[in-house]
Design a protein around this ligand. Sequence first.
Ligand SMILES: [Zn+2]
Length: 296
Amino acid sequence: MKLWSILGNSQKLDGGAMFGNAPRAMWARWASPDDENRIDLACRALLASPLNGKTVLFETGIGAFFEPKLRERYGVVEDRHVLVESLAAAGFKPEDIDVVVLSHLHFDHAGGLLAPWSEGQSPTLLFPNATYIVGRRHYERALEPHARDRASFIPELPALLEATGRLELVEGEFSKALGDTVRFHYSDGHTPGLMLAEIVGPDRVEGETHGGVVFCADLIPGRPWVHVPITMGYDRNAELLIDEKKAFLADKLRRNVHLFFTHDPQCALAQVVRDEKGKFGTAHEVPALHARALAA
Ligand SMILES: [Zn+2]
Protein backbone atom coordinates (compact mmCIF):
# COMPACT_ATOMS: atom_id res chain seq x y z
CA MET A 1 0.00 0.00 0.00
CA LYS A 2 1.31 3.41 -1.00
CA LEU A 3 0.29 6.93 0.04
CA TRP A 4 0.14 10.16 -1.93
CA SER A 5 -0.69 13.65 -0.68
CA ILE A 6 -2.96 15.25 -3.28
CA LEU A 7 -3.24 19.04 -3.25
CA GLY A 8 -6.63 20.51 -4.08
CA ASN A 9 -7.59 24.17 -4.56
CA SER A 10 -5.98 26.50 -2.06
CA GLN A 11 -7.73 29.13 -0.01
CA LYS A 12 -7.05 32.43 1.75
CA LEU A 13 -9.09 32.93 4.91
CA ASP A 14 -9.18 35.50 7.69
CA GLY A 15 -6.38 34.66 10.12
CA GLY A 16 -8.39 35.78 13.14
CA ALA A 17 -11.22 33.39 12.29
CA MET A 18 -8.75 30.53 11.80
CA PHE A 19 -7.08 31.01 15.19
CA GLY A 20 -10.08 31.66 17.45
CA ASN A 21 -9.12 33.55 20.60
CA ALA A 22 -5.36 33.62 19.89
CA PRO A 23 -4.16 37.24 19.51
CA ARG A 24 -2.89 38.38 16.11
CA ALA A 25 0.60 39.03 17.49
CA MET A 26 0.79 35.32 18.26
CA TRP A 27 -0.79 33.74 15.16
CA ALA A 28 1.00 36.11 12.76
CA ARG A 29 4.19 34.26 13.75
CA TRP A 30 2.74 30.94 12.53
CA ALA A 31 1.07 32.18 9.33
CA SER A 32 1.89 35.58 7.86
CA PRO A 33 -1.25 37.56 6.96
CA ASP A 34 -1.68 39.49 3.68
CA ASP A 35 -3.03 43.10 3.42
CA GLU A 36 -6.56 41.80 4.01
CA ASN A 37 -5.48 39.85 7.10
CA ARG A 38 -5.89 36.55 5.27
CA ILE A 39 -3.59 33.54 5.58
CA ASP A 40 -2.74 30.79 3.08
CA LEU A 41 -4.47 27.47 3.58
CA ALA A 42 -4.12 24.22 1.68
CA CYS A 43 -6.92 21.76 0.98
CA ARG A 44 -4.86 18.56 0.88
CA ALA A 45 -6.35 15.12 0.27
CA LEU A 46 -4.73 11.76 1.03
CA LEU A 47 -4.75 8.92 -1.49
CA ALA A 48 -4.06 5.32 -0.45
CA SER A 49 -3.81 2.38 -2.86
CA PRO A 50 -4.36 -0.51 -2.58
CA LEU A 51 -6.16 -0.30 0.74
CA ASN A 52 -8.47 -3.26 1.40
CA GLY A 53 -7.88 -3.90 -2.33
CA LYS A 54 -9.20 -0.44 -3.25
CA THR A 55 -8.02 3.02 -4.30
CA VAL A 56 -9.17 5.33 -1.54
CA LEU A 57 -9.29 9.13 -1.49
CA PHE A 58 -9.55 10.78 1.91
CA GLU A 59 -11.39 14.06 1.25
CA THR A 60 -11.53 16.28 -1.80
CA GLY A 61 -10.83 19.81 -0.58
CA ILE A 62 -12.84 22.86 -1.63
CA GLY A 63 -12.71 22.17 -5.37
CA ALA A 64 -13.95 24.64 -7.98
CA PHE A 65 -17.75 24.42 -7.65
CA PHE A 66 -18.34 28.00 -6.43
CA GLU A 67 -19.64 30.59 -8.83
CA PRO A 68 -17.13 33.44 -9.30
CA LYS A 69 -18.57 35.77 -6.60
CA LEU A 70 -18.58 33.09 -3.90
CA ARG A 71 -15.19 31.81 -5.02
CA GLU A 72 -13.83 35.29 -4.28
CA ARG A 73 -15.72 35.59 -0.98
CA TYR A 74 -14.21 32.33 0.28
CA GLY A 75 -10.74 33.14 -1.02
CA VAL A 76 -10.43 30.17 -3.38
CA VAL A 77 -7.26 30.94 -5.30
CA GLU A 78 -7.51 28.87 -8.53
CA ASP A 79 -10.55 28.57 -10.81
CA ARG A 80 -9.50 25.16 -12.19
CA HIS A 81 -10.14 21.89 -10.30
CA VAL A 82 -6.65 21.46 -8.83
CA LEU A 83 -7.45 18.13 -7.11
CA VAL A 84 -8.19 16.46 -10.46
CA GLU A 85 -4.88 17.77 -11.86
CA SER A 86 -2.99 16.52 -8.79
CA LEU A 87 -4.66 13.10 -9.10
CA ALA A 88 -3.59 12.95 -12.75
CA ALA A 89 -0.01 13.84 -11.79
CA ALA A 90 -0.05 10.89 -9.37
CA GLY A 91 -1.40 8.65 -12.16
CA PHE A 92 -5.09 8.47 -11.19
CA LYS A 93 -8.34 9.53 -12.83
CA PRO A 94 -11.59 10.29 -10.95
CA GLU A 95 -13.05 6.99 -12.26
CA ASP A 96 -10.15 5.06 -10.61
CA ILE A 97 -11.30 6.09 -7.15
CA ASP A 98 -13.22 3.24 -5.45
CA VAL A 99 -13.89 4.95 -2.13
CA VAL A 100 -14.03 8.60 -1.01
CA VAL A 101 -13.90 9.11 2.77
CA LEU A 102 -15.33 12.42 4.01
CA SER A 103 -14.52 13.58 7.55
CA HIS A 104 -17.48 15.97 7.34
CA LEU A 105 -19.43 17.79 4.63
CA HIS A 106 -18.25 21.40 5.08
CA PHE A 107 -17.58 22.79 1.60
CA ASP A 108 -13.82 23.09 2.04
CA HIS A 109 -13.65 19.30 2.53
CA ALA A 110 -16.40 18.04 0.22
CA GLY A 111 -16.64 20.71 -2.53
CA GLY A 112 -14.03 18.84 -4.60
CA LEU A 113 -16.57 16.03 -5.10
CA LEU A 114 -18.28 18.32 -7.61
CA ALA A 115 -17.42 19.22 -11.19
CA PRO A 116 -16.14 22.79 -11.70
CA TRP A 117 -18.75 25.57 -11.79
CA SER A 118 -20.18 26.33 -15.18
CA GLU A 119 -22.85 28.94 -16.00
CA GLY A 120 -26.36 27.45 -15.96
CA GLN A 121 -25.22 23.94 -14.94
CA SER A 122 -26.46 22.32 -11.72
CA PRO A 123 -23.80 20.59 -9.60
CA THR A 124 -22.73 17.03 -10.52
CA LEU A 125 -20.47 14.50 -8.80
CA LEU A 126 -17.05 13.71 -10.29
CA PHE A 127 -16.33 10.19 -9.05
CA PRO A 128 -18.54 7.78 -11.04
CA ASN A 129 -17.41 4.57 -9.33
CA ALA A 130 -16.81 5.67 -5.76
CA THR A 131 -18.51 4.57 -2.58
CA TYR A 132 -18.89 7.68 -0.42
CA ILE A 133 -18.21 7.16 3.28
CA VAL A 134 -19.70 9.69 5.72
CA GLY A 135 -20.36 9.43 9.47
CA ARG A 136 -24.07 8.95 10.14
CA ARG A 137 -24.27 11.47 12.95
CA HIS A 138 -22.55 14.14 10.88
CA TYR A 139 -24.75 13.34 7.89
CA GLU A 140 -27.81 14.07 10.02
CA ARG A 141 -26.28 17.44 10.89
CA ALA A 142 -25.69 18.16 7.21
CA LEU A 143 -29.38 17.47 6.51
CA GLU A 144 -30.42 19.86 9.27
CA PRO A 145 -27.61 22.35 9.87
CA HIS A 146 -27.64 24.79 12.77
CA ALA A 147 -27.66 28.52 11.96
CA ARG A 148 -24.09 28.57 13.28
CA ASP A 149 -22.68 26.49 10.41
CA ARG A 150 -25.44 26.42 7.76
CA ALA A 151 -23.28 28.47 5.38
CA SER A 152 -20.56 25.78 5.54
CA PHE A 153 -22.72 23.13 3.86
CA ILE A 154 -23.54 22.59 0.17
CA PRO A 155 -27.35 22.28 0.16
CA GLU A 156 -27.49 20.06 -2.98
CA LEU A 157 -24.85 17.57 -1.81
CA PRO A 158 -26.81 15.06 0.34
CA ALA A 159 -29.36 14.40 -2.43
CA LEU A 160 -26.58 13.94 -5.00
CA LEU A 161 -24.77 11.44 -2.74
CA GLU A 162 -27.97 9.50 -2.01
CA ALA A 163 -28.92 9.35 -5.70
CA THR A 164 -25.73 7.39 -6.49
CA GLY A 165 -26.87 4.45 -4.32
CA ARG A 166 -23.23 4.30 -3.16
CA LEU A 167 -23.42 6.31 0.06
CA GLU A 168 -22.27 4.37 3.14
CA LEU A 169 -23.14 5.99 6.47
CA VAL A 170 -20.79 4.79 9.20
CA GLU A 171 -21.74 4.53 12.88
CA GLY A 172 -18.90 2.69 14.58
CA GLU A 173 -15.16 2.22 14.28
CA PHE A 174 -15.16 0.42 10.92
CA SER A 175 -16.90 0.68 7.53
CA LYS A 176 -18.13 -2.06 5.20
CA ALA A 177 -16.09 -0.72 2.27
CA LEU A 178 -12.74 -0.57 4.10
CA GLY A 179 -13.08 -3.32 6.74
CA ASP A 180 -10.44 -3.30 9.47
CA THR A 181 -7.88 -1.37 7.37
CA VAL A 182 -9.35 2.02 8.41
CA ARG A 183 -10.52 2.79 11.93
CA PHE A 184 -12.68 5.83 12.63
CA HIS A 185 -12.42 8.15 15.63
CA TYR A 186 -15.07 10.79 16.27
CA SER A 187 -15.03 14.35 17.57
CA ASP A 188 -17.87 16.85 18.17
CA GLY A 189 -15.99 20.08 18.97
CA HIS A 190 -15.73 21.35 15.37
CA THR A 191 -19.00 19.91 14.07
CA PRO A 192 -21.13 17.03 15.43
CA GLY A 193 -19.79 13.62 14.37
CA LEU A 194 -16.56 14.77 12.67
CA MET A 195 -14.95 11.51 11.53
CA LEU A 196 -11.17 11.02 11.80
CA ALA A 197 -9.94 8.15 9.63
CA GLU A 198 -6.89 6.18 10.78
CA ILE A 199 -5.16 3.97 8.21
CA VAL A 200 -4.25 1.18 10.58
CA GLY A 201 -0.52 0.52 10.97
CA PRO A 202 1.16 -2.83 10.51
CA ASP A 203 2.41 -3.32 14.08
CA ARG A 204 0.57 -4.92 17.01
CA VAL A 205 1.60 -4.26 20.61
CA GLU A 206 -0.46 -5.97 23.33
CA GLY A 207 -3.47 -6.20 21.02
CA GLU A 208 -3.23 -2.55 19.90
CA THR A 209 -2.33 -1.33 16.43
CA HIS A 210 0.76 0.88 16.19
CA GLY A 211 2.12 2.99 13.32
CA GLY A 212 -0.27 4.16 10.63
CA VAL A 213 -1.58 7.57 9.62
CA VAL A 214 -4.61 9.53 10.80
CA PHE A 215 -6.40 12.21 8.76
CA CYS A 216 -6.79 15.06 11.28
CA ALA A 217 -9.37 17.06 9.26
CA ASP A 218 -10.64 20.08 11.24
CA LEU A 219 -9.79 18.66 14.68
CA ILE A 220 -6.17 19.67 13.91
CA PRO A 221 -6.05 21.58 10.58
CA GLY A 222 -2.26 22.07 10.65
CA ARG A 223 0.78 22.30 12.91
CA PRO A 224 -0.16 25.47 14.88
CA TRP A 225 -3.32 23.73 16.14
CA VAL A 226 -1.33 20.80 17.56
CA HIS A 227 -0.78 23.14 20.52
CA VAL A 228 -3.87 22.08 22.48
CA PRO A 229 -5.39 25.52 23.45
CA ILE A 230 -5.36 26.79 19.84
CA THR A 231 -8.80 26.42 18.23
CA MET A 232 -10.61 27.91 15.25
CA GLY A 233 -13.30 30.58 15.44
CA TYR A 234 -15.33 28.17 13.27
CA ASP A 235 -15.39 25.45 15.97
CA ARG A 236 -18.83 25.10 17.54
CA ASN A 237 -17.50 24.14 20.96
CA ALA A 238 -13.91 25.12 21.68
CA GLU A 239 -13.68 23.63 25.19
CA LEU A 240 -14.97 20.26 24.03
CA LEU A 241 -12.61 20.35 21.04
CA ILE A 242 -9.63 20.98 23.32
CA ASP A 243 -10.51 17.99 25.52
CA GLU A 244 -11.03 15.76 22.48
CA LYS A 245 -7.79 16.94 20.87
CA LYS A 246 -5.78 16.24 24.03
CA ALA A 247 -7.05 12.65 24.24
CA PHE A 248 -6.62 12.18 20.47
CA LEU A 249 -2.99 13.37 20.51
CA ALA A 250 -2.10 11.30 23.59
CA ASP A 251 -3.45 8.20 21.84
CA LYS A 252 -1.58 8.90 18.57
CA LEU A 253 1.65 9.61 20.46
CA ARG A 254 1.38 6.36 22.46
CA ARG A 255 0.68 4.29 19.32
CA ASN A 256 3.06 6.23 17.02
CA VAL A 257 0.31 7.13 14.56
CA HIS A 258 1.45 9.96 12.25
CA LEU A 259 -0.74 13.01 11.67
CA PHE A 260 -1.92 14.01 8.18
CA PHE A 261 -2.87 17.71 7.85
CA THR A 262 -5.30 19.02 5.25
CA HIS A 263 -5.01 22.82 5.72
CA ASP A 264 -1.26 23.22 6.54
CA PRO A 265 0.35 24.73 3.39
CA GLN A 266 3.83 23.35 4.16
CA CYS A 267 3.32 20.07 6.00
CA ALA A 268 1.42 16.95 4.92
CA LEU A 269 2.59 14.46 7.53
CA ALA A 270 4.29 14.64 10.93
CA GLN A 271 4.96 12.59 14.01
CA VAL A 272 3.50 13.65 17.38
CA VAL A 273 5.95 14.53 20.15
CA ARG A 274 5.45 15.84 23.70
CA ASP A 275 7.98 17.88 25.69
CA GLU A 276 8.80 17.58 29.41
CA LYS A 277 6.12 20.19 30.23
CA GLY A 278 3.51 18.06 28.47
CA LYS A 279 3.15 20.35 25.43
CA PHE A 280 2.40 18.52 22.17
CA GLY A 281 4.35 19.31 19.03
CA THR A 282 5.46 17.71 15.77
CA ALA A 283 8.66 16.14 14.42
CA HIS A 284 9.79 14.45 11.17
CA GLU A 285 7.65 16.84 9.15
CA VAL A 286 7.08 15.81 5.56
CA PRO A 287 5.87 18.39 2.97
CA ALA A 288 4.40 15.89 0.47
CA LEU A 289 3.95 12.14 -0.05
CA HIS A 290 4.73 10.52 -3.41
CA ALA A 291 3.94 6.78 -3.42
CA ARG A 292 5.29 6.53 0.09
CA ALA A 293 5.10 3.24 2.00
CA LEU A 294 3.12 3.29 5.24
CA ALA A 295 5.96 2.21 7.52
CA ALA A 296 7.92 5.41 8.20
ZN1 LIG B 1 -15.08 22.09 8.86
